[in-house]
Write a protein that binds this ligand. Structure first.
Ligand code: ADP
Length: 481
């Protein structure tokens, strides 16, 4: 089976969040299922710089007003199609934001171009290669199935994956004439969304199937609380909506061979974790002692409950805990966490920024990772935590709910507990969870059981890749694959 995947970021080339991890890991996980994926990504500077030899497969003279080429390249085992359109993607800032942290004013054009190019490729524009199915990720690729639906080519099966419904790509109706879609596409049953053009809405409306990144989130987004306005549309497509939890790349994230940590260890022998803890404490300027060390590795936003962390710090320290934070995001949250660190020198520290190597050491050296998200489509850091024996302390929502088994008395007694989960997501709820975690930490045998049970959970892509393969097959003509 040949699949065209279309994503606006892909690990290890360009990453702002979990989407990149999935876009980078799923093609490799699908290979053993006989599925060959090519991934179309924008030619940002970081992507162009990572390409070795490339071959130009096709040209666009006028792709939403820009000239562009599609280059073929293989990087890190991934078969890429790179949309090289310097006017759209050769910029100094990030994938979506300029150097001042503002959305690029022409994001609508940049990602309509990605979708349009993807639709042409899906329809057979590259000589000798046409996919059996297209898999589009998030709003940045949301217009693609609409371009297919309203185009004049034969229908091609499509799957739209929602990684976070909070990011919808809604733009003013004024852009519509520039998208190159027929006038009747601007309608409720097309891409119109409350008088605007909705890219995610378009994908949800026009893709053959929709998936999201955990079964719990697939349920939650049918409600007004989590659906962010799209719950009505999704509720009309429940039979086409699938929740498939993300896995992680267990080769990149393996404490037994991880070159980014201080000392390697495994579930069979976790004694080297302490050397990682010492290295981490030293790096963060924290006291080197046996008190429980919590960490946060996160975008610092309201979604992630980081305001609650800032408010719970004093209690965490009073209970004898320490905290190391790695993240970037809202200036007010950064300031609040910096103030907390200043109040508790040696016990609380923050590193602001994005630092992949440090995130590995933090999983290897911290005792627990705090993830008090208000909503969490899947979440990856709890999966890394499980794999590294860094016990996840999570709110009971979305993928956190589907991947962490709370250390309640029954789960502890049966040896199935892998973390601590709490709800509702309030300051009190988080404080209670921290108290419970520290109590468990002070029972070494129970704690060791939690750690090893977590390390033995299956966080690989194997099961989920099989579910995606099944979903793909269900959309193809019977007997073709
Ligand atoms: P989201 O995609 O909503 O940000 P996820 O938990 O799904 O949340 O994925 C976040 C990914 O980004 C994880 O791989 C996590 O380790 C990584 N990450 C987040 N913040 C940082 C940071 N400051 N430095 C390094 N890695 C980070």
């Amino acid at each position: 089976m040949k699949v065209l995947s279309v994503a606006s970021e892909i690990y290890p080339l360009i990453k702002t969040g979990g989407l990149a991890d999935v876009a980078g890991a799923l093609p490799l996980a699908l290979k053993p299922q006989g599925i060959k994926t090519r991934t179309l990504v924008p030619g940002y500077p970081a992507v162009m710089a990572a390409l070795g030899e490339t071959t130009a497969l096709m040209d666009f003279e006028d792709l939403l007003g820009a000239s562009a080429q599609v280059l073929e390249a293989t990087v890190a085992g991934l078969d890429l199609l790179v949309l090289d359109a310097p006017a759209l993607f050769d910029r100094a800032g990030g994938p979506y934001l300029d150097t001042d942290g503002k959305d690029y004013a022409d994001n609508w054009r940049r990602f309509a171009a990605l979708s349009k190019a993807g639709a042409e490729i899906a329809a057979g524009a590259i000589a000798g290669w046409q996919p059996d199915l297209v898999h589009v990720h998030d709003w940045q690729a949301g217009l693609l199935p609409a371009y297919l639906l309203y185009g004049d080519k034969p229908a091609i099966p499509s799957v739209m994956t929602i990684h976070n419904i909070a990011f919808q790509g809604n733009f003013s109706a004024g852009i519509f004439p520039e998208l190159g879609l027929p006038a009747h596409a601007f309608a409720v049953e097309g891409i119109e969304y409350y008088g605007m053009v909705g890219y995610l809405k378009a994908g949800i409306q026009t893709a053959w199937a929709i998936s999201t990144v955990s079964p719990s989130y697939a349920e939650e987004i049918l409600t007004p609380e989590f659906g962010m306005g799209l719950e009505g549309l999704l509720s009309r497509r429940t039979l086409d909506l699938h929740g498939i939890v993300n896995g992680i790349d267990t080769d990149v994230w393996d404490p037994a061979i991880d070159p980014l940590i201080h000392s390697d260890y495994s579930a069979a022998d976790t004694s080297a974790r302490i050397a990682n803890k010492r290295a981490l404490e030293a790096q963060f300027g924290l006291h080197e002692d046996d008190d429980p060390l919590f960490c946060v590795i996160s975008r610092l936003t309201w979604q992630k409950g980081m305001d609650l962390v800032a408010d719970a710090v004093d209690e965490l320290v009073a209970l004898g805990g320490k905290l190391a934070v790695l993240g970037s995001g809202d200036a007010t949250l950064v300031a609040a966490l910096r103030e907390a660190a200043a109040r508790h020198p040696g016990r609380v520290a923050i590193t602001v920024g994005y630092n992949e190597p440090l995130s590995h050491l933090m999983q290897a050296g911290s005792d627990a990772i705090l993830i008090p998200s208000r909503f969490e489509p899947c979440g990856l850091t709890q999966l890394y935590g499980l794999r590294y024996g860094c016990v996840p302390v999570v709110s009971r929502t979305g993928g956190l709910n589907d991947t962490v088994i709370d250390a309640n008395p029954a789960a502890l007694a049966s040896g199935s507990a892998t973390g601590i989960s709490f709800g509702p997501v309030t300051l009190d709820g988080l404080k209670r969870a921290i108290r419970r975690t520290i109590r468990l930490y002070r029972e070494p045998e129970t704690w060791a059981g939690l750690q090893t049970q977590g390390m033995q959970s299956d966080v690989s892509w194997d099961k989920s890749a099989a579910l995606y393969a099944k979903l793909y097959s269900s959309l193809l003509p019977k007997g073709s694959h």
